[in-house]
Write a protein that binds this ligand. Structure first.
Ligand code: NAD
Length: 497
């Protein structure tokens, strides 16, 4: 009988009283790895109440002490890097190397959160009126909530709770019900690093649990990453309940290829950026736009993609793993079939993919289409599988117009050897994260993750300075001191903590 995973409430790992349980399956075998509870209304209430009460003391903990917690945490995450990656690979199916990358990208945010003191500095101006000075202070909000997707079960929770907590907030995490084991382990290590009870809570479940958090009067801010319809629901509901919301949603990322680009670089970057993690990355390249003569490279792209072989996470030769669920696989199969029916030319078809020894896995092989138009479902929908579609245009400006007309704006890239073309593209393209000869331009944590248009609802983005502003409020103090104020004696000691 698989075990039911506990929830972290008020500093304790507690068995849920939920009657409804969700199966967490191994996507390569369909084995049930564990059961996740759907948190009850009482458990949600208890978690928020504990976070609210912990906030009163946590906000008073000096900033350097909060930063030191992050230093201990990043060290522990590094010590447990392989163990976390193995757990993550089991429940997502990602290859071990890719699972390590997922954890690593999260560790980098924790390293950044250790710099919180300098990120939270306010501003001052002297003598803004006679004898009057003004200063701004940056203060935490209170209880923040994080709702995370299946595709990065380490990185995305770590985008959120370390920075929010370093800023002095408390946090309730509701990870994806499809892979909640890694987030639970991240929380265990956070407690081991010395996080006081109540500062982080972890609840499990789906829509009902999320809705209870979105509408809870004691929740101040909500961070969400996931699909478009859910992102819109989260943004609408959260803001209707007067909360601060940042919602990162789906994408359709184009890579534009100019004929002067380095052909071998283009092809290998396209192969990796489209099929890595079985295409289940919000920054995956799912559309290749070939400009002019570069379209002659498409047959060679098909040959290179055909060499990719999906496999089990323990198989070091596997290029990528299975899709997360049977439903996800069925969805991608439907889009592939519809694309063929709509007249797109399928150069490589991964629909009938088998992996020896794993007949039940959610496998899909690399798939490549050309002759796709912007009206086809293959272009309009986010596929989220190892499927790349090719469009062909005559000029760079046509390519830019195509990208700009797309409703999403998460990431895009241009491959070229021309500085002038690159400058024009990066300036004119209406997408929040642009790569020049870099296929997946995910910014490091000292910048922010800046998706645009239909890929993001809100204004302040994830991690970096923007996240610190999202998780804090600015208080300005205007002060004047009179000459006859009492004078206190000097303080002769240095505080050690
Ligand atoms: P999802 O929207 O199905 O689920 C995300 C979270 O929302 C989960 O915790 C889930 O339990 C919860 N949820 C699901 N349905 C809900 C509902 N009706 N009401 C309230 N909450 C609900 O997303 P997913 O399939 O787990 O993740 C894949 C999606 O995430 C893709 O669209 C991908 O592009 C997107 N994504 C975006 C980014 C980004 O930064 N823009 C990053 C990673 C993933």
């Amino acid at each position: 009988m698989p075990r039911t995973i506990p929830q972290l409430i008020d500093g304790q790992w507690r068995e849920s009283r939920a009657r409804e349980l969700i199966e967490v399956t191994d996507p390569a075998t369909q084995d049930v790895l564990a059961l996740a509870p759907k948190a009850t209304a009482e458990e949600i209430e208890a978690a928020v109440a504990s976070a609210q009460s912990a906030f009163a003391s946590w906000r008073e903990v000096p900033v350097p002490e909060r930063a030191r917690l992050m230093l201990r945490y990043q060290q522990l995450l590094k010590e447990h890097h392989d163990e976390l990656a193995e757990l993550l690979a089991r429940e997502t199916g990602k290859t071990f190397a890719d699972a390590k990358g997922d954890v690593w990208r999260g560790i980098e945010v924790v390293e950044h959160a250790a710099n919180v003191a300098s990120l939270m500095m306010g501003e001052t101006a002297e003598n803004i009126a006679r004898d009057i000075d003004i200063a701004s202070w940056v203060q935490p909000l209170g209880v923040c909530v994080g709702i995370t997707p299946f595709n990065f079960p380490a990185m995305i929770p770590l985008w959120m709770f370390p920075l929010a907590i370093a800023c002095g907030n408390t946090f309730v995490l509701k990870p994806s019900e499809q892979d909640p084991l890694t987030p639970n382990r991240l929380a265990e290590l956070f407690l081991e690093a010395g996080a006081p009870g109540g500062v982080l809570q972890v609840l499990h479940g789906g829509r009902e649990q999320v809705d209870a958090l979105l509408t809870h009067p004691d929740v101040r801010a909500i961070s969400f990453v996931g699909s478009v319809p859910v992102g819109q629901h989260i943004y609408r509901t959260g803001t209707a309940h007067l909360k601060r919301v940042q919602a990162f949603a789906g994408a359709k990322n184009h890579m534009v290829v100019l004929p002067d680009a380095h052909k071998e670089q283009v092809l290998s970057n396209l192969v990796g950026a489209s099929c890595g993690a079985a295409g289940q990355r919000c920054m995956a390249i799912s559309v290749a736009v070939f400009v002019g003569e570069s379209r002659a490279w498409i047959p060679e792209l098909a040959e290179q993609m055909a060499t990719l072989r999906p496999g089990h996470w323990k198989d070091a030769q596997a290029a990528f793993g299975p899709l997360i669920s049977q439903q996800a696989r069925q969805r991608v199969l439907r889009l592939i079939a519809e694309g063929k029916a709509e007249g797109a030319e399928c150069l490589l078809d991964g629909s009938r993919c088998e992996v020896e020894g794993f007949p039940q896995g959610n496998w899909l092989g690399p798939t490549l289409f050309r002759g796709v138009t912007t009206r086809m479902g293959l272009y309009r929908e986010e596929i989220f599988g190892p499927v790349l579609i090719c469009l062909e245009v005559d000029t760079l400006d046509e390519a830019i117009a195509l990208v700009n007309a797309n409703p999403y704006g998460n990431g895009t890239s241009l491959f070229t050897r021309s500085g002038g073309a690159a400058r024009h593209f990066q300036h004119a393209v209406e997408v929040g994260q642009v790569g020049i000869n870099v296929p997946i331009p995910v910014p490091l944590p000292f910048f922010s993750f800046t998706g645009w248009k239909g890929s993001f609802y809100g204004d302040l983005h994830a991690y970096g300075k923007q996240a610190v502003r999202f998780y804090t409020e600015t208080k300005t103090v205007t002060s004047r001191w009179f000459d006859d104020a009492p004078v206190t004696g000097p303080n002769m000691t240095i505080h050690l903590k």
